[in-house]
Design a protein. Structure first.
Length: 248
C-alpha cells in the first residue's frame, strides 16, 4: 500500500473503475448464463424420477458398467441419486446467479441473470445436501423432510419485500434508518430458507435495489427516494435476519 498525502492506493480494492475488468467479468458471467440455459437449468427441475438416466449415471460412477446402471442398485439408492441430481442442478444455477449478482455490487453493472428469470425452488437445508449416502439421507427423513420447508425463489423474495407492510414495521416508520430491531425482538416469520438460500436472497435483494434505481434513469434520485427505499428494504433484510438466526 502506498500513501501520498491523503491519497491511498491499494491494489486489493474492487476494480469498480476498471472498465476492462468490468466488461470481462460480464462476458464470463453471460457465458455461464448461456451454458445454464443450454442445460435447461433455468427451468424448474423435473421430478427426480423424470431425470435423464445419463445424468444419474454421472453421479454414481461406482455403479456404472459399460454405460449401464447395474440392476442391483436398490430403489432407495436410485431415488436418492435422482434427488441429488435435481438438487445439484438447482444449486449450480444459484451459484451462477450469485456470481452474476456480484456484477451489481462490485461494478454497478447490470446482472447477467435477473431475479425475474429464476423459476426454481430455493435449495434444501445443507444437512440433506451433505448426506454422503442413501442411508444417511433417509435417516434424516429423505426427500419428504428435505422438501418440508420448500419454497420458490420468487415466493421467498416476495415474502421479504412485503415485510414493510406488516403492522410492526408500519408502526416504526417514524424511526430513522439504521435504528433497526434486534433479530430476537422481531416476530417470527414462515420463511425458512437454508443457509445457501439466505445467501441467495441477500443477493436477490441487492439486485432489487439496483433494478429499482435503474427505473429512475430519467430523473434524479432524491433524498426522499432514498428514505422510501430504506423503509421498504430494511424490513426485508431484518426479516431475513430472523431466518438466518435459526441457522447453525
Amino acid at each position: 500500500m502506498a500513501c501520498t498525502g491523503y491519497a491511498v492506493e491499494h491494489h486489493l480494492w474492487f476494480n469498480c473503475g476498471d472498465k476492462v475488468a468490468r466488461d470481462n467479468s460480464f462476458i464470463h458471467c453471460a457465458t455461464l448464463v448461456s451454458l445454464a440455459k443450454a442445460a435447461d437449468l433455468m427451468k424448474p427441475p423435473p421430478s427426480p424420477n423424470g431425470l435423464p438416466q445419463q445424468e444419474v449415471q454421472m453421479t454414481n460412477g461406482d455403479h456404472v458398467m459399460n454405460g449401464h446402471i447395474k440392476s442391483e442398485i436398490p430403489d432407495d439408492q436410485q431415488e436418492w441419486l435422482n434427488w441429488k441430481v435435481a438438487e445439484e442442478r438447482k444449486r449450480t444455477l444459484y451459484a451462477i446467479f450469485i456470481l452474476s449478482s456480484m456484477l451489481v455490487s462490485a461494478y454497478n453493472h447490470a446482472p447477467a441473470l435477473t431475479n425475474s428469470e429464476i423459476e426454481s425452488d430455493l435449495p434444501c437445508d445443507e444437512e440433506f445436501w451433505a448426506a454422503e449416502n442413501a442411508n444417511s439421507f433417509y435417516a434424516m427423513g429423505g426427500s419428504a423432510s428435505a422438501d418440508c420447508t420448500k419454497t420458490t425463489f420468487k415466493a421467498a423474495l416476495s415474502e421479504l419485500l412485503q415485510a414493510s407492510n406488516r403492522p410492526q414495521y408500519q408502526q416504526g416508520q417514524t424511526q430513522s434508518f439504521g435504528n433497526g430491531h434486534n433479530a430476537q425482538d422481531l416476530p417470527q416469520n414462515l420463511l425458512k430458507p437454508s443457509a445457501f438460500g439466505c445467501l441467495i436472497l441477500i443477493n436477490a435483494l441487492h439486485n432489487y435495489i439496483w433494478e429499482t434505481r435503474q427505473r429512475h434513469t430519467n430523473k434524479a434520485w432524491t433524498n426522499e427516494d432514498t428514505e422510501k427505499m430504506h423503509h421498504h428494504i430494511e424490513p426485508a433484510f431484518e426479516s431475513l435476519a430472523v431466518s438466518m438466526a435459526t441457522k447453525p
